[in-house]
Design a protein around this ligand. Structure first.
Ligand SMILES: [Zn+2]
Length: 509
């Protein structure tokens, strides 16, 4: 995500393993025989009710036990419940930008779950953010089970990942997504700061029915479906003209779509990738498409190949500047024109750091946000035509960070509390939004610049490329990143990176 706007002076930085045929027996036994790869496979049929602003879904997940343990349950993250009444969807400082009208609420109602065709027990707990589905039989490593569920997502009138504004209807993080398993299922909290997400790459087939006045932007590749969903459409939908689109995406860690009546679309190719810009009210649309194309091309050259067929930049009702999803990024429609190129570049860099190389964004946000901010600086270093130099960005970030430290050290003075500059914290451990932004984005970026200064550029870019190659389609962590950079550079980076992340390193003297 990109918090708040960023000016040219950078005064404000916010912002399977393949299962071959020899192993098909367990697949046949559990009925998960459709896929060749040992990845989770989500099939979702979603019907959008425009009057009710609700999405009625049937979801089928072929869940593979990729752990070393026998499982008796599977847990899912229900981000949609972050919009429940009683939850806080945005920090107080964003309330005016988030709610176009009055306070509004949403959520998800899970109406039934079955496991391998048999009705299953399920529980929504931990404040509504976790759905636990009990398995009738233990699921052993490498075995697969089919978990089907029916649910309705109610949208809040909010300019957020999931919600609707005056121009777009955003469906980010709308579906129950399987929690990552690490010594147990990782259950992240809701958080108003940052992106409280962590998932594995999976395959998706999502069939979306919606009024045909809307244009759809989505993760994956779209095909129009001609068949009718007889009898399944709500009355309000059945009365109008409905179209159904099937979106297929392979090896992505999430699925997002956006609907708007206002969208115009520009598309051009970069190599084999279709780069699309879905926009409204934008006199600079061609220029912004060009920036997205240059960003895809530059990051392919610097880090490694973008392995998907399409990438869409989508202008949207959104209160936080920008937001990343696989193959699709949101760009807020209230950005200052001078910030749009920066936000497009930031969100595009997330295709590499978040989309392809994942990490627990709730636990250690700097791993992807710091590297993504740093990647922006690399982009502008490669593209002097934007008039922002790499050094300007680093100098601006240093000044911003020093100002932040001075201000906050003053705030903490005399309170008995110690001002903490550590970076390895969960999102909910940051006391304020500026602490999160400065310690994650700004300090994260400065740390990567500092790592760059310890070695030749040839070696440094090899570190980035090896890190990308080793962890693409997988999940990294602060420790894995440190090990990877140490191995590639033949320099033990542990003390160096730890000094940054635990707050010992003094920035800017
Ligand atoms: Zn970001």
């Amino acid at each position: 995500m990109k918090r708040k706007s960023v000016t040219k002076n950078r005064t404000a930085l916010l912002c399977a393993v393949i299962l071959l045929s020899v192993c098909f027996l367990p697949l046949l036994l559990c009925g998960c025989g459709q896929q060749d790869e040992r990845l989770n496979f989500y099939t979702i049929e979603a019907v959008f009710d425009d009057e009710q602003k609700s999405l009625t879904c049937s979801q089928r997940l072929e869940y593979v036990n990729a752990t070393d343990n026998a499982l008796d349950k599977v847990c899912f993250f229900l981000y949609a419940n972050a919009f429940n009444e009683g939850q806080k969807a945005v920090p107080n400082s964003y309330l005016d930008r988030a709610y176009p009208h009055e306070a509004s609420f949403g959520g998800i109602d899970v109406r039934g779950v079955s496991v391998d065709g048999v009705q299953a027990e399920f529980l929504v707990c931990d404040g509504g953010n976790i759905l636990t589905v009990s398995l009738q039989n233990q699921l052993f490593p490498d075995e697969c089970v089919t978990i089907e569920m029916e649910y309705v997502v109610r949208l809040a009138n909010i300019r957020h990942r999931l919600g609707y504004g005056d121009s777009t209807i955003n469906f980010g993080n709308f579906f129950p997504i399987a929690c990552v398993y690490e010594n147990g299922f990782v259950k992240n909290d809701f958080s108003t700061s940052g992106d409280p997400f962590y998932s594995e790459v999976a395959n998706f087939e999502v069939k979306i029915s919606y009024p045909d006045k809307y244009i759809l932007a989505s993760t994956g590749m779209q095909t129009l479906n001609e068949e009718n969903l007889d009898g399944t459409l709500p009355q309000s939908l059945a009365a109008g003209n409905i179209k159904t689109t099937i979106c297929k995406a392979e090896k992505v860690r999430d699925f997002c779509f956006v609907l708007s009546e206002k969208f115009s679309v520009l598309s051009e190719k970069v190599g084999d990738v279709d780069v699309n810009y879905f926009y409204y009210d934008d006199a600079q649309a061609s220029h912004h498409l060009e920036t997205a194309k240059k960003a895809i091309s530059t990051f392919c050259d610097l880090f490694g190949e973008y392995p998907y067929s399409q990438f869409s930049v989508v202008k949207a009702d959104f209160c936080f500047g920008g937001m990343e999803y696989p193959n699709l990024v949101l760009i807020a429609d209230d950005l200052l024109e001078e910030d749009v190129d920066y936000v497009i570049t930031h969100e595009t860099a997330h295709q590499w750091w978040y989309g392809l190389v994942g990490n627990n964004e709730f636990e250690n946000a700097w791993v992807d946000e710091g590297l993504t901010e740093f990647s922006c600086a690399l982009f502008f270093e490669q593209h002097p035509e934007y008039g922002i130099s790499y050094q300007q960005i680093m100098d601006g970030a240093t000044q911003t960070y020093k100002t932040f430290v001075r201000t906050y050290a003053g705030v903490y003075e005399g309170t008995g509390k110690v001002f903490d500059e550590s970076m390895n914290r969960t999102l909910t451990q940051f006391a304020t939004e500026p602490e999160y932004v400065n310690l994650t984005y700004t300090k994260g970026m400065l740390m990567f610049d500092s790592i760059r200064s310890t070695m030749s550029d040839r070696k440094f870019f090899k570190c980035l490329q090896n890190y990308f190659e080793d962890y693409k389609f997988k999940n990294s962590s602060a420790e894995k990143l440190t090990e990877s950079f140490s191995e590639s550079s033949h320099i033990n980076m542990k003390k160096f990176i730890t000094a940054w992340t635990n707050g010992q390193t003094v920035i800017g003297g």
